[in-house]
Design a protein around this ligand. Structure first.
Ligand code: F0G
Length: 460
């Protein structure tokens, strides 16, 4: 059969509160045109993030009932640790309340004022955790990874020549190299096994450890199975084990490919770093066998890790993201290609060439999608990245709107509805006008900035 179905039935449902266009026009105006300021029940289809928004399975919910809340040595921790080590055989597994806590602890130990941390592309919290120690975060993704229209099966790959050159010239300043799979900030693009292996070889030659930011490891492994010669018949779980065999450690947000609503971990082989990490963990997260999580959360992750490498699930997951992407390509809406794993990224700069980057075409598009159909996406462009440390403003490299797809939450008719809304906005796109920022904090302004429309628009 050609139809790829959702490989699950639905046992518990959450109602979606329907809204009218007139209501949404008022609601977004009252929210100062910032989609983060909306009440989530005023959103029909929430594609703000795939993080922490997964639907858990019956097995995960029953695992939660088994959660053991002992302060120290909980059996839930041991089940969690075993589930992680089944896929990622690192010596030390340190739970954290989410991914950025693992990043903060790791960077607190290894980085500092003179350090350089290379990555294919740092996710924004990773970059912030590097920079907050005084270190420099350097992005070394291959050139194709910066061109939304370029076709390449592994656009998340690290530029290994530049990595090698950096380690040759300034290796003594690099305490570790990171590799983000899939590369979220670059469009959810995968990294090939050859690239991970190559990065590891270069790192080993320079005596520098390689750490994987593993948030979407299962989606990355599935792309390897589909696209990299030699892996078509390898079980995804084996691909995952091979990926992590090339690394010395990892940070993880279980809110993505852990299929859980909260949680994360830091895993590594180095005993001295692990000891320091556990000491840091106790200061801010909790005892090393719960790390800021409840025992029941550890159970949800342990079960989630067995479900995320299920190939029927991954086939459906990647097919449903591709289904949305293909529909947009068919209607000539420019998107980052090939379609990534967890999200479709619309190229707002190409779609709305009449709106200059610093009039925020991504924000204009995101607001229009909300007004048209109650869809909430996320601007990833000059609103998010334009603000410079010295208070000035520079256009971002790309002006994207990310439509991130929560795992196991929406069905095909929800996606068809999203496609119809985008078609409506696309038909009227010349009428969209840009936005000005009227109020913003000094940092991370996208979360709280206020906007005002710069002209009349059919969707504002
Ligand atoms: N690394 C990557 C690649 C991420 O995408 C995220 C989160 C993190 C680290 C941090 O994990 O949220 O658990 O602290 N990404 C979310 C997103 C927020 O919407 O893409 P966290």
């Amino acid at each position: 059969m050609d139809t790829i179905i959702e490989p699950f039935r639905i046992k518990a449902v959450e109602p979606i509160r329907m809204t009218t266009r007139a209501e949404r026009t008022r609601l977004i105006r009252d929210a100062h045109y910032n989609l983060f300021a909306l009440h989530a029940d005023d959103v029909l289809i929430d594609l703000l993030t795939d993080s922490g928004t997964s639907a858990m399975s019956a097995a995960q919910w029953s695992g939660m009932m088994r959660g053991d809340e002992s302060y120290a040595g909980s059996p839930s921790y041991h089940r969690f640790e075993a589930a992680v080590q089944e896929l990622m055989p690192f010596e030390h597994v340190i739970p954290t309340h989410q991914g950025r806590a693992a990043e903060r602890i790791l960077m607190g130990i290894v980085a500092g004022p003179d350090a350089i941390i290379p990555n294919n592309t740092h996710f924004d919290t990773t970059r912030a955790n590097v920079e907050s120690t005084g270190a420099e975060a350097v992005d070394l993704v291959i050139e194709e990874g910066l061109d939304p229209a370029a076709q390449h099966p592994f656009k998340g790959n690290m530029d290994l020549d530049r990595l090698d050159a950096l380690l040759d010239e300034q290796g003594d300043r690099v305490p570790l190299v990171m590799l983000t799979i899939t590369n979220n900030s670059g469009g959810g693009q995968p990294v090939s096994m050859a690239n991970v292996r190559g990065a590891h070889t270069i790192c080993a030659r320079h005596g520098v450890p390689l750490f994987i930011d593993a948030c979407r490891f299962a989606e990355n492994a599935y792309f390897i199975k589909q696209r990299e010669p030699g892996y078509a018949d390898t079980p995804v779980a084996d691909i995952v084990r091979e990926l992590f065999a090339h690394a010395d450690g990892m940070t993880m947000s279980a809110k993505k490919d852990g299929l859980a609503n909260i949680g994360g971990w830091l895993a590594l082989n180095d005993d001295a770093w692990a000891e320091e990490a556990r000491n840091q963990l106790i200061l801010t997260e909790g005892f090393p066998t719960y790390g800021g999580l409840a025992g029941r959360d550890l159970e949800a992750i342990a079960v989630g890790l067995t479900e995320i490498v299920d190939e029927d699930y991954l086939e459906y997951r990647i097919a449903s993201t591709r289904y949305l992407g293909r529909a947009l390509i068919d209607m000539d809406v420019p998107i980052v290609q090939p379609v990534g794993g967890h999200a479709v990224y619309i190229d707002a700069k190409a779609m709305l060439p009449h709106i200059p980057p610093l009039d925020y075409p991504g924000q204009a598009l995101a607001v229009a999608l909300y007004v048209a159909g109650g869809i909430r996406g996320c601007e990833i462009g000059s609103v998010m990245f334009g603000q410079q440390a010295d208070g000035s403003e520079q256009p971002a490299q790309m002006e994207l709107v990310r439509l991130a797809i929560p795992r196991r939450v929406y069905t095909q008719s929800h996606v068809d509805y999203v496609i119809e809304c985008i078609a409506a906005v696309n038909a009227d796109k010349a009428s969209l006008s840009g936005f000005a920022i009227t109020e913003a904090p000094d940092q991370l302004r996208h979360f709280t900035a206020h906007f005002a429309p710069l002209g009349e628009s059919a969707f504002a």
